[in-house]
Design a protein around this ligand. Structure first.
Ligand SMILES: [Zn+2]
Length: 115
């Protein structure tokens, strides 16, 4: 499962950040996941449960913020959110664009913990 390896990776990065912060227990991990990242949210949450076992992150909650896809349109000279991932064209003027500004991220945003 693709998401399980992502979860292990995430645990490694978050665990490192937690140790650097001197935290001994993490409550919540905030993650941004783009619509184009290829990550299935439910699968990642499931993988997270497995990957966090016996780590500093055991028992913590994974909060996933889903990030919509935003493209840059050269005709409008503006950025627009894509309503439909089947079609990479400007939703305002219809110009085809593959200039993706946002939506591929898989990014650890922050950790919540008590000292
Ligand atoms: Zn446009």
């Amino acid at each position: 499962m693709h998401e399980l390896s992502i979860a292990y990776n995430l645990v490694e990065i978050a665990g490192e950040a937690a140790r650097e912060a001197g935290a001994t227990h993490i409550d919540v991990v905030h993650l941004r996941v783009g619509a184009l990242s290829g990550v299935v949210k439910e699968a990642l949450l499931f993988g997270y449960e497995i990957a966090t076992a016996d780590t500093i992150l055991a028992g913590s909650r994974l909060e996933i913020e889903e990030v919509p896809v935003v493209v840059y349109c050269p005709t409008c000279d503006a950025e627009h959110a894509l309503p439909d991932l089947q079609e990479f064209a400007c939703p305002v003027c219809g110009t085809p664009t593959s200039n993706i500004v946002q939506g591929k991220e898989l990014q650890l945003v922050s950790l919540e913990y008590e000292d």
